[in-house]
Design a protein around this ligand. Structure first.
Ligand code: ADP
Ligand code: MG
Length: 765
């Protein structure tokens, strides 16, 4: 008995029985030192290793020797840089930058030149091994290539292996060859542990290969299996060419027999698998939700959206709670747009019904999401329950509380409180008490809301504003403070339908597609530092008219390491002393105390400040209607979505507004595209999609936003078609066998349970 037990222990440690959960250290060829390095890349087990797919492949079958090149045709060579020089031609040439290199392989030397691609200087370094693909010019033995496509290879590929070699993501201390060997032996050794869990009829329907085979093909494709080896340099994860997928559109999966499509079939299978698991678990959670009775809020009397006389004619008694929603609508300082009314009605219908509301509220920056959310909160309060609104920053909490109080002035019985991390001591106790007893019907707060110690009397509605700033768990923790309260998750980040499927499953969507009337367009201009003085002159003119400006910097303090990164401290100094000394300017950033930020925002709102030099603390939600100027310094440092959010801070009043983006003269081509797009469009949807495209698959915010689940291979945008299929497949599986009792579904059940087990184990505390 004891002997057996110790046997077991032995086996366990040395991994044979651990299956894919075997710690990476016990994988052949790893050991403690390499295990540490792999763990740095979040590879803890064999499973993690197998799911870390190559970011591309090198084709060693078609590499030419430099000595045998033929001029006029295209060729691929591999060689070492033995000389490199960067030059800037003088005079008025269109060529601003020339990079020239000599590359040598065992048979000869090749001259290579690139024009205006200064960013390549990082890659083309003395001693680097390059794979070049391009048209061959010159004449033997003096061959040349002009602007060839370029891949930097690891130092260890000396004895160029044949066939197709995977290119893995690396970390310092691990070479390509080492990781290749580890992956290959893991694949051989653990292949029997790769359990097939997709039911056979589904595999058949889509023509997918078996699971172990799919892993084999992606890690070790054979030359004829159609792995994407071609000449495109594997820049920023673009190797899995989206264009190749598009080609296939319509042809469905019937390409099953063709051996040259084996790689693509394997990829699709694993993408589908990731989606199916995720969709199935979402579906299961939703199935459980639907069985739950939510809160049926009572109907407002009168119904403010029923047809009839205009609201200003209503005589209402605000001491009757059921009249509060109508009071609110009657007393708003503006009329809701048709779309805002439609959204209010959607909320209302869901809230009056017995099932829990689960709604995503989408609308571009400035479309007026706050006011409709507040309407739902008033409706909840009218029915005798509490409503909580969670926002990402202190500034925003205060601002929404102020709007809420302004909009509900005529309803004295409606009590609201603000709970943030900054509220301390006796005040905090008092507020917590008001929430607990129900004395406060409306609660607005930050992350402080879902912490322990916050108890509600009867939480009937949760609003999560700027929901993309919160994790799914944070949202859930707030929801758990009530008994299946209704949920509204508001976001200005437009989410294409395919992505919202991955993030929210079948969440209902409400959309405000138009801005309130009378909004002037925001004019966006991109310029460089040499124009700075002119920009401040322009800003000064506008400030003289009593308008206000935001000046945004990517950093708070100047940094020696990044001297060209504009910081609020340095810029504030410069602007306040040199450019706009006669204006009232203040600095606003995350290192200030909450009181300080608060009082600055109040001063700004009261017109006692002309300009704020700020960090992106002002990015979300901040509403200063009198601000007409947004100057973003070092704009190339910001992503598109962020720039769009920042720009959304202006153009909220009736004055013409401007957004000025300032960058260095030389920025990367991608940054340049971002600037041009900002100048060209104000449409949040276009910007969001373009943002995804420019960032490339993998960085897709769908992956980031999907809460627990990080996709390894799947990209909801690129693989939209597979996502839809997986979604349907999950629906019908769930419908046919909700408890997964069918013996044929046992592997699926285990996979899902395992996924959740691993998620729990990994969850950061
Ligand atoms: P967002 O959708 O970005 O959260 P807000 O809710 O902050 O937008 O609204 C932007 C501004 O528009 C606020 O000052 C708000 O009071 C105002 N607003 C909202 N709806 C209307 C409307 N129907 N007519 C006029 N102004 C409105
Ligand atoms: Mg908002």
């Amino acid at each position: 008995m004891t002997a057996k037990e110790s046997d077991f222990e032995h086996i366990d440690r040395s991994s044979a029985s651990g299956g894919l959960d075997t710690p990476i250290q016990f994988c052949p060829g790893v050991g403690p030192r390499r295990a540490q390095l792999l763990e740095k890349m979040a590879i803890y087990t064999v499973r993690d290793l197998l799911w870390r797919f190559p970011r591309g492949y090198e084709d060693y079958q078609h590499v030419s020797s430099i000595a045998h090149l033929a001029p006029g045709g295209a060729a691929t060579v591999i060689g070492e840089v033995i000389y490199v020089e960067a030059r800037r031609p003088r005079g008025k040439s269109r060529v601003r930058h020339i990079l020239q290199a000599t590359v040598r392989d065992p048979g000869g030397e090749l001259e290579v030149v690139w024009f205006n691609q200064h960013y390549l200087a990082d890659k083309v370094r003395q001693g680097a091994r390059l794979r070049l693909h391009g048209k061959v010019d010159g004449r033997a033995p003096f061959f040349k290539m002009s602007s060839p496509k370029l891949t930097v290879l690891g130092e260890d590929g000396e004895a160029a292996p044949g066939g197709i070699q995977p290119l893995y993501p690396l970390t310092e201390g691990l070479t390509q060859n080492v990781v290749r060997k580890i992956a290959r032996s893991a694949l051989e050794r653990f292949s029997p542990d790769i359990v097939e869990w997709i039911p056979a009829p589904i595999l058949e329907q889509y023509g997918f290969p078996a699971r172990a085979e799919a892993f084999r093909v992606l890690h070790a494709p054979r030359p004829d299996e159609g792995a994407p080896v071609d000449s495109a340099p594997p820049e920023e994860g673009l190797l899995f060419d989206p264009a190749a997928d598009a080609e296939e559109e319509g042809s469905g999966y019937s390409l099953s027999g063709d051996p040259a499509r084996a790689w693509e079939r394997a990829r699709r299978r694993l993408v589908f698998e990731e989606f199916l698991l995720h969709q199935y678990s979402l579906r299961r959670v939703q199935g459980e939700m639907k069985q739950i009775a939510g809160m049926a809020h009572p109907a407002p009397v009168p119904d403010p959206f029923a047809a009839g006389e205009p609201p200003d004619e209503w005589t209402l008694n605000s001491s009757d709670p059921l009249a509060w929603p109508a009071c609110f609508i009657r007393d708003l300082p503006f009329e809701l747009t048709a779309e805002q009314k439609k959204v209010c009605l959607e909320f209302q219908a869901d809230m009056l019904s017995g099932a829990p509301m689960n709604r995503l509220l989408q609308g571009d920056v400035g479309s007026g999401k706050t006011v409709v959310s507040i309407y739902a909160m008033v409706l909840a309060a009218a029915g005798g329950s509490q409503a909580a609104m969670m926002v990402p920053t202190e500034i925003l909490a205060r601002q929404h509380a102020a709007s809420l109080r302004r909009f509900t002035q005529s309803i004295p019985a409606l009590q609201s409180v603000v709970l943030t991390g900054a509220v301390k001591g006796a005040e905090r106790r008092e507020i917590l008490n008001a929430i607990k007893t129900g004395a406060a019907q409306l609660v607005i707060g930050t992350h402080a809301l879902f912490q322990e110690g916050v108890e509600f009397n009867r939480l009937g509605l949760v609003v999560v504003d700027e929901q993309h700033k919160f994790g799914v768990e944070q949202r859930e923790r707030l929801i758990e403070k009530g008994e299946h309260p209704d949920l509204i998750a508001a976001t200005a980040t437009p989410i294409p339908r395919t992505l919202s499927l991955t993030v929210f499953g079948d969440m209902d969507v409400s959309m405000i597609a138009t801005l309130p009337p009378g909004r002037p367009p925001v004019i966006t201009r991109w310029t460089q530092w040499f124009n700075e003085r002119k920009v401040w002159g322009f800003v000064d003119e506008k400030l003289a008219l009593g308008q206000q400006a935001y000046i945004v910097c990517p950093a708070i303090e100047p940094s020696e390491a990044k001297p060209d990164l504009p910081s609020t401290e340095a810029m504030y100094e410069r602007i306040a002393s040199e450019f706009l000394p006669h204006r009232r300017i203040a600095m606003l950033h995350g290192k200030q105390s909450n009181e300080e930020k608060d009082s600055l925002m109040n001063l700004a709102r009261g017109g006692e400040l002309d300009a704020l030099v700020a960090t992106t603390v002002i990015e979300v939600g901040v509403d200063l209607p009198n601000a007409t100027l947004m100057v973003v310094l070092g704009a190339d440092r910001f992503g598109l979505a962020q720039l769009h959010q920042l720009r959304g801070r202006v153009g909220r009043g009736t004055e013409k507004s401007y957004c000025i983006l300032i960058t260095p003269e030389q920025i990367s081509p991608i940054a340049e595209q971002r600037m041009r797009l900002m100048e060209k469009t104000r449409d949040g949807f276009v910007i969001a999609e373009e943002d995804l495209r420019l960032r490339g698959p993998g960085e897709a915010f769908g992956a980031r936003q999907s809460g627990h689940v990080r996709f390894h291979l799947a990209d909801p945008l690129r693989d939209a078609e597979l996502l839809r299929d997986a979604h349907q497949c999950a629906q019908s599986l769930y419908r046919a066998d909700p408890g997964l009792a069918d013996p044929a579904h046992q592997p699926l059940k285990q996979e899902i349970d395992g996924l959740y087990g691993r998620m729990e184990a990994r969850r950061p505390s």
